[in-house]
Design a binder for this molecule. Sequence first.
Ligand SMILES: Nc1ncnc2c1ncn2[C@@H]1O[C@H](COP(=O)(O)OP(=O)(O)OP(=O)(O)O)[C@@H](O)[C@H]1O
Ligand SMILES: [Mg+2]
Length: 120
Amino acid sequence: MTTTPHISVQNLNVHIENQHILKDISINIPNKSVTSIIGPSGCGKTTLLKSFNRLLDNIPNVKIDGKVLVDGENIYDPSVEVTHIRKKMGLLSQRPYPLPMSVYDNVAYGPRIHGIRKKK
Ligand SMILES: Nc1ncnc2c1ncn2[C@@H]1O[C@H](COP(=O)(O)OP(=O)(O)OP(=O)(O)O)[C@@H](O)[C@H]1O
Ligand SMILES: [Mg+2]
């Protein structure tokens, strides 16, 4: 059975501080199915997942090449707005991963990007 991939990673290379972390990764992840990524500690699983909603952008000295298509849209295209990507892509991380803003704003981030502004 052929299904259109929900996420398509094409020749993704990630360098952090001159270390080549993800090396030419290409993978199609189908919609409505469970996909697991396995590998030894430090092989780059979390880095790959972070690349799916542009969480790597905040790392100093990071260089990202290649494409990550979500529903056919390259999320690394300069015209793409990060909030639009993060609305569609949730990530439950192994360790707390606050964005560079206050704890309050981190907690409020999810509801806010979905248009909920009432404090209650
Ligand atoms: N912010 C960062 N700065 C420098 N190096 C980093 C950073 N994030 C990840 N790395 C390096 O990238 C490599 C891959 O790390 P990553 O956390 O993606 O591995 P992992 O497969 O998720 O490991 P684990 O199974 O332990 O969770 C490691 O060598 C790690 O040290
Ligand atoms: Mg990890």
